[in-house]
Design a protein around this ligand. Structure first.
Ligand code: F6P
Length: 527
């Protein structure tokens, strides 16, 4: 731990709070909801069920100021090179800012022409299917938007995705597509990602097989910042939408990476998404720390991880259409902050990330909630819901929201053993059986959560929600002094995969450790 004066007082506060039931924090502080229930653009953030009190919040805010949190966000919004290891700015806020923007005009014009049936394939047929090929940040965001904004789909465009190196993914994406009416959209910032290039080659071969050699030039396009590589792949510059170097993969859905989903949504929907994110940006830049919802949430997760030892965090969106949100947030949070070395090369004194997992409610309740309620580890939960019923089934939607609120409340309050004993006694159980059963049924409670409530699952709210998580993630990185915009940790596995693939192809175990060698032998039957 560092010698910052707040650290020892935060440690002492954590100890004092650990023995206090979460519910009592509400009784002790009549202003708790004023402090921790925050209306911000697109959503209401209820942070009141987190295990913090006014003193903890004060210390956290003071620490954040000393770590330069506000200044970092200002610098980021002004395009300073905040991604130090790569010497680049982080342009996600600039990408969604209102105003004249040539790149966005190019996207909008293409999306408009696609929706109008004005983009034609090699045989003259209008394109009506887009196959979006990309992985990681070049896939998860657009895929999330397409699923979440299902209600805003444009009827004339079908959008499919392929990411996985397992050929099942691209085979499924192409299956049933009409080759004459299909555009392959290859999305890769680096245009060096092996999965994406492999799937793009399959798609190109599929076009050639059905329509001849001339088809790929007309029916393949790329989104990339590496024009040399797109040219080498055979994609003409006229069929490339450029993305700036400063649009980092997991922060890039606001750039041309979003063009396929922009085309697949009704006109204007993508602009509303950008407007929602930009409104959250304005909130982050203009609101004092104590009422700044994403930054405060970042401070609280920093507190959870480093002072309350909560190493995992569950994300549970209540809505089938948000099922991909946990996947998206896994990359955003863990690829950004899963690091232990600061940007100045020194070991980080604090951890900036938790292990993120999740699934959509109510399904998740029947999977991992048992562990959340009674498991040995304290796992904070993010509950995410929207008020408006989109499915013309208000009763069921009320049930969804009731479940969400109920789970957050049950995690907080728990159920006392004495209460259970009384119930069991009333039901006629004998004392020996009660002594065995009651402790198993008791719920400790005191388990923290955040609830993010949107009015509707609209493009505006979704943009605000995603921006909320981006800012919360970056805030934690700044508190820990790490760079949330690079990802050196994924490089080693990529280069080892190339070596292992060569061994599998040549049927040899040369240079491999005993364990990997044994597995190679199982696969290729080498002696
Ligand atoms: O997994 C590493 C990574 O570089 C991610 O950061 C990125 O989102 C993904 O691969 C895809 O990269 P690209 O868009 O360059 O293909």
């Amino acid at each position: 731990m560092t010698s910052d004066p707040t650290i020892s007082s935060l440690s002492a506060l954590a100890q004092a709070l650990s023995s206090r039931p979460l519910c009592t924090l509400f009784q002790d502080d009549p202003r708790r909801m004023d402090r921790l229930g925050i209306d911000c653009p697109g959503l209401y953030a209820d942070l009141s069920k987190q295990k913090v009190d006014a003193r903890v919040l004060g210390e956290l805010c003071a620490f954040a100021e000393r770590q330069g949190l506000t200044g970092f966000f200002k610098a980021m919004s002004e395009g300073e090179p905040v991604n130090a290891s790569e010497g680049r700015p982080a342009l996600h806020m600039a990408l969604r800012a209102a105003g004249k923007n040539a790149a966005r005009d190019a996207m909008t014009s293409l999306a408009d022409r696609l929706r109008a049936g004005a983009v034609t394939g090699v045989t003259g047929r209008a394109i009506h299917t887009l196959v979006h090929i990309g992985i990681g940040g070049s896939d998860l965001g657009p895929r999330l938007l397409a699923a979440a904004l299902h209600r805003y789909r444009h009827p004339g465009i079908t959008l499919r995705f392929a990411a996985n190196l397992d050929a099942a993914d691209i085979n499924d994406a192409l299956s049933g597509c009409d080759p004459e009416a299909t555009m392959i959209v290859v999305v890769s910032k680096s245009f060096r990602t092996s999965e994406t290039l492999a799937n793009a080659r399959v798609a190109r071969a599929w076009l050639v097989q059905h329509l001849g050699e001339a088809a790929p030039a007309r029916q393949m396009m790329a989104i990339s910042s590496n024009l040399e590589a797109t040219r080498a792949f055979g994609i003409d510059d006229a069929h490339v939408l450029a993305m700036p170097e400063g649009a980092g993969g997991r922060y890039s859905l606001w750039s041309a990476v979003g063009v396929s989903v922009m085309a697949a949504l009704r006109g204007g929907a993508f602009d509303e998404l950008l407007a929602g994110a930009a409104a959250m940006d304005a909130h982050v830049l203009d609101t004092p720390l104590s009422r700044n919802a994403p930054l405060l949430s970042g401070l609280i997760q920093f507190w959870n991880r480093n002072f309350l030892d909560m190493r995992a965090r569950a994300v549970v969106p209540y809505g089938a259409r948000l099922a991909l949100l946990p996947h998206y947030l896994q990359q955003l949070i863990m690829e950004s902050n899963g690091k232990t070395v600061r940007s100045d090369g020194q070991p980080a004194a604090f951890a900036a990330s938790q292990v993120i997992f999740g699934a959509e409610g109510t399904n998740a309740q029947h999977a991992f909630f048992q562990q959340l309620h009674q498991g040995p580890d304290m796992v904070p939960v993010d509950f995410i819901g929207f008020v408006e019923d989109q499915e013309h089934n208000p009763a069921q939607h009320t049930g969804v929201l009731a479940n969400m609120l109920a789970q957050a409340r049950a995690l907080m309050t728990g159920r006392q053993q004495a209460q259970i004993e009384a119930q069991l006694r009333q039901s006629g159980l004998d004392e020996d059986a009660i002594a065995v059963l009651a402790p198993q049924k008791a719920m400790p409670g005191g388990r923290p959560s955040t609830t993010l409530l949107m009015k509707a699952l609209s493009p505006f709210s979704l943009g605000a929600l995603i921006a909320f998580y981006e800012h919360e993630t970056v805030a934690q990185a700044v508190l820990c002094g790490i760079n949330p915009f690079d990802q050196w940790g994924v490089e080693l596995g990529k280069s080892v995969a190339l070596k292992v693939q060569a061994r599998l192809q040549e049927g040899s175990t040369r240079g491999m450790d005993a364990s990997t060698a044994a597995l190679i032998r199982k696969i290729v039957n080498v002696s």
